[in-house]
Design a protein around this ligand. Structure first.
Ligand code: SF4
Length: 248
């Protein structure tokens, strides 16, 4: 079993130089599989790249792969993925039509005793390092709608000052896609101990997804332009300046 992230001296970099200047999703996924741009490559079992149709109208972005995803190398196949699946079905969205990915592609965890791996939230430097992979996925898929699942994903795209509590379920003016909406991460439903509140959270999550489904029903699919991955590989922008004062 690999050591947890805290056991290593972190290497904070950016994946930008590793993103191929051209190619399709499999080519980018293949490059990401060898990524060592931050120390999380020592922590997770493998890179868990996004999955879904290359021309998906909806892209959903979570925080990072969990324990199950890390072992399976597929996003959203664990307990949070089951919550997402049920919510998508209720919202009338076919999961097979959605491109699912995460802001960070390696599982960050801490030892929880008896071989248990406990999720550890990626910090801003790790999110920054991984952002070029996410930028490349967006450039290639060119979705009509991006659904940001949770604060980490939302801040990865919208900046560290974004507050989910203030802008949840709003369609946000952001140039990467016609419709960008932030909502909770499905794991938040699982973490809610109170049964009644848990059901309420789930209902509100479904409500948010229905907003996206309805918006797309009323909007034509936008044409796919030729992507410019070289622009992704040359820029690590969109997250702001990283400095030594940032919290771990
Ligand atoms: S978390 Fe992202 S940037 Fe860090 S090593 Fe993994 S793929 Fe590379």
């Amino acid at each position: 079993m690999p050591e947890p992230a805290s056991a290593h001296e972190p290497y904070y970099g950016s994946a930008a130089p590793l993103v191929p200047a051209s190619g399709d999703l499999p080519a980018v996924a293949s490059a990401a599989a060898a990524c060592e741009a931050c120390h999380l490559w020592l922590c997770g079992t493998q890179t868990v790249f996004g999955e879904g149709p290359a021309d998906a109208r909806i892209m959903m972005i979570g925080e990072q792969p969990g324990d199950k995803e890390d072992l399976a190398a597929h996003p959203f196949v664990g307990p949070a993925g089951a919550v997402l699946d049920a919510a998508l079905e209720e919202a009338g969205i076919d999961r097979k039509t959605v491109y699912l990915t995460n802001a960070v592609k390696h599982f960050k965890w801490e030892a929880g005793g008896v071989g248990k791996r406990i999720h550890s939230k990626p910090n801003r430097k790790e999110v920054f390092a991984c952002k070029p992979w996410l930028d490349a996925e967006i450039a290639l898929v060119k979705p009509d709608a991006i659904v940001l699942l949770g604060t980490t994903a939302a801040q990865s795209m919208l900046g560290p000052s974004f507050k989910l509590s203030q802008h949840r379920a709003e369609f946000l003016p952001f140039s990467v896609a016609p419709f960008v909406l932030a909502t909770i991460h499905p794991s938040a439903v699982l973490r809610m101990p109170d049964r009644e509140k848990r059901h309420q959270m789930r209902d509100e999550f479904v409500r948010d997804l229905k907003l996206v489904a309805r918006m797309l029903e009323e909007s034509p699919k936008r044409p796919r332009a030729k992507l410019a991955l070289d622009a992704v590989s040359l820029s690590a922008k969109g997250f702001g300046k990283i400095d030594a004062t940032m919290e771990p």
